[in-house]
Design a protein. Sequence first.
Length: 153
Amino acid sequence: MKIDARKLPPGIQEEKRKLAIRLYKKDLTYKEIADVIELHFETIGKWVRAYRANGLSGEERKWVLRVHHAKLVKEWLTKNTDKIEIFYLPAYSPEMNPDEYLNCDLKAGVHSKSLARNQKQLKSKVLSHMRMLQKRPDRVAKYFRHPKISYAA
């Protein structure tokens, strides 16, 4: 279901706009971007046209929320831009967070078969499942095939 971007709080609008531009830079179509962030493709087109007309200068800085941006993190990122790419995800969007796919896989693995009866058994099941995932990178790679996670692939 598509959301009317005008009805979103300004901070969430900014996060979605920034993500739309990142996806556009990865050569996704307006329709593909709209499907991922659940907005109308015409909204995406408007945002991309503004980005193309104004570039990144003030617009990109304006679109980044200033919450959870610690000075130490910013300094580290500045020094390591060649080693890491940052994606600012919209708030309350677990479907766009690759960590959530791992969490889902882990929960399914831990709850399969017999239930853990105590903390020691739970820890054992968690470690066992995580070790299995270490040996199966193909399984982890599948998380990134989902359209809403493709930006991180």
